[in-house]
Ligand binder design. Structure first.
Ligand code: AMP
Ligand code: GLY
Length: 428
């Protein structure tokens, strides 16, 4: 197969890294991306959002399978454009991906399917949203309806914070068109888990679980980011809970999409809150997580390309998903200043030393080679230092040993990735 991976972050580096290992991968291409991807794939000079350019490149290079990483390209309808040209593609149609790109759609779908999620109301005017918040009280959660690069959600501790969030989205247009409509919902308390399921439009198969750390600083403090680290599997999900989540959340949602004429082909990523009354839906994503991909794929024993292709072609029922008996943990190295303003172009050294450690891989996110061939930082999240080991505690130790071999004064990371899982194991 000739394959194209769309997207340019850490998730896409991990996808390229493992797809390239598959015996069925004859030639691997990517859209514009990072320096790590450039080592495993032929980088085409196409912007990630250039749908026509991607379709044209597939024809030119006889690419017969496309793997879509980012959410924005699903909303753009890239899968539809490829399928219209009979090019197989991993990633749902624009209509099926609406479960991610419209929170209001997702909430209505859950309500119709009888799936437990926070009580909510949708609003298209600020006045009624403010009145609702006044009536409900705090804490309460305000969400821009559309995609907002992970910044569209405010967990408001006070009514004033909630009203400020409503005004930011609907009056000041902080998220552009994505905030013209909002969802206001009940605050849920508990431990969060990411739950991943592969789907081919007919069959849905449990993939695995992960937990991430969204806050920028140790102790889960500071502003939210795209994710400062993650580990897999999530110790809080045992087999019984997994089956319950498949039965009560995933299967009804997948069926509701299919029955609504939107069969889901790709990976369904449920964000769940483990509350006192059981698992409840926080959100759905229609794609792989970042940095969750960087810890799920190193655990996988099966050929990832076989699985992705089975999702695209409706043969998932005949394809087994097998795992190595290991845990994985990744620590994100980010440029100082992230998630606020940060500089670009600082030089990073020592990745080879880190990767010389056993069972360590350094996935690139925002990196670029400069004119002299030096590796430089080119984004907020820059590297994902990943280790596998028999336990999460050992993977954590190994990942930080690797982090300490990387020489990059302009970067920083959290020092406590995995604390919840390590504490749980210590208490057991
Ligand atoms: P989302 O983009 O919907 O995943 O929201 C981002 C983050 O906000 C989630 O990972 C949660 O930590 C938090 N969050 C979202 N909705 C709720 C809710 N209803 N109750 C509590 N926290 C929430
Ligand atoms: N790590 C969160 C996400 O990919 O949405």
């Amino acid at each position: 197969m000739k394959i194209l991976v769309v997207g340019g972050g850490g998730r896409e580096h991990a996808l390229c890294y493992y797809i390239a290992k598959s015996p069925r991968c004859e030639k691997l291409y990517c859209t514009q991306g990072n320096a790590g991807m450039a080592e495993t794939a032929t980088m085409l000079p196409i912007a990630v959002n250039d749908v026509d350019g991607i379709v044209a490149a597939c024809k030119q290079h006889k690419i017969n399978f496309v793997v879509i990483g980012p959410d924005a390209q699903l909303e753009q309808g890239l899968a539809d454009a490829l399928n219209a040209e009979n090019i197989a593609c991993f990633g749902p149609s624009r209509a099926a991906a609406e479960i991610e790109w419209s929170k209001g759609f997702m909430k209505d779908l859950c309500a119709r399917a009888g799936v437990d999620t926070a009580a909510y109301r949708r609003f298209t005017d600020a006045e009624s949203a403010r009145a609702y918040v006044q009536a409900q009280g705090a804490p309460i959660v305000v969400k821009a309806d559309g995609l907002a690069a992970g910044k569209g959600v405010t967990v408001a501790r006070t009514i004033d914070d909630a009203i400020a969030a409503i005004d930011a989205a609907m009056v000041d247009n902080a998220f552009g068109a994505s905030g013209a409509e909002i969802v206001v919902e009940e605050f849920m308390e508990g431990e969060e888990v990411s739950f991943f399921v592969l789907c081919d439009g007919k069959t849905a198969k449990f993939f695995t679980t992960a937990q991430d750390h969204k806050a920028v600083f140790d102790g889960d403090t500071g502003p939210n980011t795209g994710g400062m680290g993650a580990y897999s599997p999530a110790p809080v999900i045992d087999d019984a809970l997994r089956d319950k989540i498949m039965r009560e959340i995933v299967d009804p949602v997948v069926a509701a999409l299919r029955d609504g004429g939107r069969p889901f082909r790709g990976i369904l990523y449920a964000g769940l809150m483990m509350t006192k009354t059981g698992p409840r839906v926080v959100e759905f994503n229609a794609r792989f997580g970042d940095p969750e991909t960087q810890i799920m794929l190193p655990r996988l024993k099966s050929d990832i390309l076989d699985l992705l292709y089975a999702c695209a072609t409706g043969t998932l029922d005949k394809t087994a998903i097998e795992w190595r008996d290991v845990a994985a943990l990744t620590v994100v190295l980010a440029t100082k200043g992230y998630p606020g303003d940060y500089g670009k172009g600082s030089v990073i050294r020592g990745i080879e030393r880190a990767e010389a450690l056993r069972d360590v891989i350094v996935f690139h996110a925002g990196t670029k080679r400069d004119a002299a061939g030096e590796l430089t930082a080119n984004g907020g999240r820059v590297l994902c230092v990943t280790a596998t080991a028999p336990t999460i505690a050992e993977a954590q130790k190994r990942a930080y040993e690797a982090v300490d071999l990387i020489d990059w004064p302009e970067g920083f990371c959290r020092r406590d990735i995995g604390w919840r899982a390590v504490k749980r194991a210590g208490a057991a």
